[in-house]
Design a protein around this ligand. Structure first.
Ligand code: FES
Length: 401
């Protein structure tokens, strides 16, 4: 369904080039991206059901930062830097777990209450002037949206999450996502490519017909991509009326049944909502999930994902969910290979850049969002590494506000 209010039509004359190849292999640019994209834009940390009880916590790292999400004694969700105020140790080392009624730093034993206040230092007599009020955990900016916990390391150009995602609120609300529960916990996988190569592949459905036989069997040419507008994109694949040639698709179509809480057009759709710069919330009739990618280095990234289900699913829905996950896993592995081929080509002298189809306008719209944050992406010829930061600053100063 096209949303005219979001101006999602592909323009007639658009620049079909993608980002220059050097942008995928530049350490200096990656540092700018960490600071101006990843740390200043909202990131999905988890779902509230990942921390179900008082003392439940979840931690994850990205771009040199460490985040800690936990439930305090009043069952409120809180977000902090996972950094002890004494000498910076991790407070929790595990990705997920539960603590009793306090966080005890594993280095020297400082103890923090679940609201982040410092309860006390070990050997307090050795800190005669310690002002406990000045040494609470550093909070992170946090917002919960339909059950998903978003955090932001620093203020940035995006509005609050509810405003950012208002254009997709209507459809998302139908899924009752806040009531969902985890299926298998957090899933992570390293990929040997620049993070943008992962996003480029994910931002278009032009490749589905050839590269993803299962998805083609599931929704085929019904798949429609809408580009990024104000930081949000949408893609929609509706089940084709065919039975399905592949075992998993055939049985998925058989078991997936209309969910009474969803409106009719969502009964047989997989939706993907892109959230700039690096995340997607996706829905099937049986599940909601998120995935995102973070850079580990210029040529290495980590993909992080989790899936959630309706808490009252029956056996048929469980079977459909299992089959959907199987189709999804197959797709992810196929995409990882495509990102590798695309990313490695950009280091070749013979790579002359993308030439994008109208069906890949989502890639261009994501790149245009990137260009607005860092105008250095507009520089076609490979700049010197030691000039990138300065050049970006001068291009930013010249850019129309
Ligand atoms: Fe945490 Fe010393 S670093 S108690």
């Amino acid at each position: 369904m096209r949303d005219e209010a979001r101006n999602t039509e592909v323009p007639i004359d658009w620049d079909r080039r993608g980002l220059p190849g050097w942008c995928y292999h530049s350490p200096s640019l990656l540092e700018l991206e960490k600071n101006e994209l990843f740390k200043t834009h909202w990131q999905i940390a988890c779902h509230i059901s990942d921390i179900p009880e008082v003392g439940s916590f979840l931690s994850f790292d990205f771009c040199g930062e460490r985040a800690l999400i936990l439930r305090d004694r009043d069952s409120e969700v809180r977000a902090f830097h996972n950094i002890c105020r004494h000498r910076g140790s991790r407070l929790v080392a595990k990705e997920q777990g539960k603590c009793a009624n306090a966080l005890v730093c594993p280095f020297h034993g400082w103890v923090y209450n679940l609201d982040g206040t410092l309860r006390g230092a070990a050997r307090p007599e050795s800190f005669p002037d310690l002002d406990k009020n000045a040494f609470g955990l550093q909070p992170l900016e946090m917002e919960i949206w339909h059950g998903f916990v978003f955090i932001r390391m620093r203020p940035g150009p995006q509005p609050m999450v509810a405003d950012l995602l208002a254009p997709i609120e209507g459809e998302i609300a139908a899924y009752n996502m806040a009531d969902h529960v985890p299926t298998d916990g957090m899933w992570t996988e390293e990929s040997p490519v620049n993070w943008k190569s992962i996003r480029d592949v994910d931002n278009e459905g032009y490749h589905v017909a050839l590269a993803h036989p299962a998805l083609q069997d599931l929704y085929g040419s019904t798949y429609v991509d809408e580009p990024y507008v104000d930081g949000v994109s949408k893609s929609d694949g509706r089940f084709t009326p065919t039975k399905g040639r592949r075992w998993a698709v055939r049985n998925y179509k058989k078991f997936s049944k209309p969910q009474p809480h969803l409106s009719e057009h969502l009964h047989k759709s997989w939706l993907y909502f892109g959230i700039f710069p690096n995340a997607v919330i996706a829905t099937t009739p049986e599940t909601v999930l998120f995935y995102q990618e973070f850079p580990l280095s210029v040529g290495k990234s980590v993909i992080r994902s989790a899936t959630y289900r309706n808490p009252n699913e029956d056996r048929q829905q469980r079977a459909a969910r299992y089959l959907a996950a199987r189709i999804d896993r197959e797709t992810v592995e196929e995409d990882i290979q495509l990102t590798i081929w695309s990313n490695e080509s950009m280091a070749s002298d013979s790579f002359e850049g993308f030439y994008l189809s109208d069906l890949e306008y989502g890639v261009r719209s994501h790149h245009d969002h990137l260009r607005r944050i860092l105008p250095i992406y507009n520089v076609e010829d490979t700049p010197r590494e030691d000039e990138i930061v300065k050049l970006n600053a001068s291009l930013s100063a010249e850019a129309p506000k």
